[in-house]
Write a protein that binds this ligand. Structure first.
Ligand code: CMC
Length: 394
């Protein structure tokens, strides 16, 4: 139809220009604002990276302090929002609750919802960064029927989140510094990844001049899918299935994958852009080894994961298709070893990705070249037909 080009999944169509994240999929390179992910993971902190991703430069000491202070000051939710969580059934998966929580937030933070007012956008930026950990923790606490805690301003971003998630109002919560550090690094690794499915969703929704809350809420839903962020949960479930149904022997599962049996996929493998290795997976693998050693947990699942990796890296099916472990393959294992429940894994991804969503939304709304997202289609349906019994007017 005319000059429309069919490109399912947008494998070859750039929807925007962006100065935030650079990826070279063949060389396994990932940089935020020019800084290699390896250096940021080693040297930086999650909030510093959030600042970098959103504002384009590393903050000075003073800028970082004031950014952190603003976030700490906004971590409380309106008291009425606590009731919201109680409306959801016990065992609700925290991802839909998180998405609903972000939408609910927009009804309380009404003076930060004008997408075209830079001051309001700034207000929404701080509020989202500040409140997402609280919303996430309450979504989780609701799913296990435990009481909510209030954020504690003396704690750092990650420490506060851990306490909100796993603490009890009746006792002090001991934060394991190794877990807090590892989570901070994991969040850094997830902070942005250019035009992936959830980020493209955030931009597309925002291109209608929908505010950040509505756009991020949509992004959370995109992330929840098993082919995207939901893969970290799916990996653990897959490993558990191999343990329970095949006694840990990976061969039958690999055979099903290769025969493409009813869409069975090796979860945590493959990537649209990385065709050599996923640099995030390489960094996580190092941390995973340490955490797994010190936790002594889940060695069974780790053994299955290593066996799968071995097969996948040596078998022609996977080699020909350039299928390597992606970020979600190891995060599932490391989150498990850190003591996170399986249905919390994708929520952790959302916390990490939030700065990227915000940065991309802000870049989109201020770019004069932005137009409302409106893909074309190639129509393949019926040509014109006449409704039965219809008689054309004389
Ligand atoms: N297991 C088995 N076969 C696979 C896999 C897999 N995980 N991934 C791709 N293939 C096959 C696919 O069937 C196809 O084979 P053929 O050419 O014979 O039809 C070939 O490899 C090319 O795959 P594709 O589906 O065209 O690749 P894509 O770029 O559209 O999909 C992907 C990328 C990540 C959605 C896909 O690899 C996948 O579903 N992986 C499993 C889910 C997963 O781990 N997702 C997390 C992605 S990383 C971070 C994130 O976004 O969360």
């Amino acid at each position: 139809t005319g000059n429309t080009t069919l490109d399912p999944g947008f494998t070859n169509t750039a929807s925007c220009t962006s100065a935030i994240t650079y990826i070279d999929g063949d060389a396994g390179i990932l940089r935020y604002r020019g800084y290699p992910i390896e250096q940021l993971a080693e040297k930086s902190s999650f909030l510093e990276v959030a600042y970098l991703v959103i504002y384009g430069e590393l903050p000075t000491g003073e800028q970082l302090e004031s950014f952190e202070r603003g976030i700490t000051r906004h971590s409380l939710l309106d008291e009425r929002m606590r009731d919201l969580f109680r409306c959801f059934p016990r065992r609700s998966h925290p991802m839909p609750v998180l998405s609903a929580g972000v939408m609910a937030l927009s009804t309380f933070a009404v003076d930060t919802t004008d997408p075209l007012d830079p001051e309001q956008v700034e207000g929404a930026t701080v509020r989202l960064l500040a409140k997402l950990p609280t919303l996430a923790a309450y979504a989780y606490k609701n799913s296990v029927g435990q009481p909510f805690l209030y954020p504690q301003n003396s704690l750092g971003y990650v420490e506060n989140f851990l306490r909100l998630s796993f603490g009890y109002p009746t006792e002090d919560y001991d934060i394991d510094p190794a877990v807090a550090k590892a989570l901070d690094v994991l969040l850094i690794l997830h902070a942005d990844h250019e035009q992936n499915c959830s980020t493209s969703t955030v931009r597309l929704v925002g291109s209608a001049q929908t505010n950040i809350y509505g756009s991020v809420s949509a992004g959370i839903n995109a992330l929840a899918g098993p082919l995207h962020g939901g893969a970290n949960q799916a990996v653990l479930e897959m490993l558990g299935k191999i343990r329970d149904e095949d006694g840990g022997d990976v061969n039958r599962f690999v055979k099903d994958v290769k025969e493409k049996k009813s869409g069975v996929k090796l979860m945590g493998f493959g990537h649209r852009v990385y065709k050599n290795y996923d640099p995030r997976a390489a960094i996580i693998k190092k941390h995973a080894d340490e955490i797994l050693k010190s936790s002594g947990r889940q060695n069974e699942l780790l053994d299955i994961a290593l066996a799968l990796e071995e097969v996948a890296l040596t078998d022609d099916y996977f080699k020909e298709r350039k299928l390597y472990p992606n970020v979600d393959f190891y995060t599932g294992l490391i989150y498990e070893a850190m003591g996170f429940p399986v249905n919390y894994f994708t929520v952790l991804f959302a916390l990490g990705r939030l700065p990227g969503w915000i940065a991309q939304w802000r870049e989109m709304i201020t770019d004069p070249a932005t137009k409302i997202g409106r893909p074309r289609q190639v129509y393949v349906g019926e040509t014109e037909r006449t409704y039965p019994g219809y008689v054309a007017p004389e």
